[in-house]
Design a protein around this ligand. Sequence first.
Ligand code: ADP
Length: 463
Amino acid sequence: MKASLMKKLSLGFLIAVLGSIILASFISNYTIEKKFKNYLVDEHKSKVSNIVKIIDDIYSNNKNLSTASTDEIQRYALIQEMYIEIKDLYNNTLYTSGNSHLQHNPMMENMMRGMMHNSSEMNIGKYTEETHPLLVNNQKIGTITIGYFGTSYLSSASVTFINTLNHSFILSAIVALIFGLIISVIISKQLSKPLVKITDTANKMRTGDLDVRANVDANTKEIDELSKSINYLAETLKNQEMLRKRLTSDMAHELRTPLTTLKTHVEAFIDGIWEPTIERFEAFYEEIERLTKMVDNLRNLAKLEQSNLNLNKSKVNLSEQLEKIIDTFKPLYIKENYELTCSITPEIMAIVDNDKFIQIMNNLLSNAHKYLKPNGKVHLTLKKANQNVVIKVIDNGIGIPEKDLPYIFERFYRSDLSRNKNTGGSGIGLTITKAFVEVHGGKIYAHSKINQGTTFIVELPIK
Ligand code: ADP
């Protein structure tokens, strides 16, 4: 079974919180304990050497122990919780802070425990004795024995500290877990709510409702992008659906017109209403030609869409090539009193498939010509911009309605204006032109104002 976002997030949060707290407590336990131990060992060493020095000093000054001196040593022994014993070179005891060694005397041990400020559950450690020489003017005159319980009893303080620390870790773990849970619930709600909406939208689209849109107010970048993408998808699918419907009706229309003409004329022949003259057969022939051209176009388009277009690229002087193309169009324009002008930057070279380039320009120039009005003018420009060549075909013809502009490169799409003009087009020229431009890695787009004219812009990379 798949887990919900909320479950996953909450679990993730909990694991992260627990993991980090456990890790933090391990690290701090370890470092604190280590630091504490070092500190205690240093402390102890300095205490012992201090006492030895004090006793050395007392002997240096007095040679013999006065009551005041033994009191002082006794005080030290008590304060530092140590057993102190001084012997001369012949092993005679000169001074002892207690009656006996602590480890042999449970009473003393208890007393030591009592002396310690903390409770008896503390680990007072192993009893240890160390012997130091009693030096007077750097000469050994006896020994000082210092007995003490292992430093571990002191480290009980660190144990208490660590215990307190661990308690606070556990407490913060509980608080963090509660907080983590609350936060994960809030965040997962914030995430899942728009996602549910987007899924709903996608499901509605699946059932064919392409007018639906995901209206989510998400402040998460990815979710916002997802909702925009799904809306874009719905819009595109809707347009495609519209184009598909329009394509079918356009095709039916294109096929029906010549077929109806043929049918009525043949019926007229059969009924003997019309004489079958050469002119009438020529009219038939034209209609059949139109039909054949349409079928050819369809086949070409299918080929274009199925196969990867192979390019036969070479270095072409586009400036020269364009001049030539314009020359071939000039007579057609002059015949109808149209003007065809150009401003071409000389010697622009690019690596293109020359045949396809010619076809691109032929399509654009014949369209511009087809959709001109009386006093029509077409101006062509060629220039270089960065790593591209930019070609513009600017006409002052009938223009393209704004609603049709996004679709003119679609298969068989023709604006109603051009349909009315009866130019005999089939709505396929621009589809092919666009495919040729794009296979070169270029772009084609158009600006247009109805009744004022249209500009087609082609950008082709130089290399
Ligand atoms: P067609 O064979 O109909 O010209 P195209 O694919 O070449 O097919 O063009 C598609 C449609 O784009 C045309 O039917 C027309 O509506 C519009 N169009 C293309 N070029 C122009 C232009 N220069 N001026 C006005 N409309 C144009």
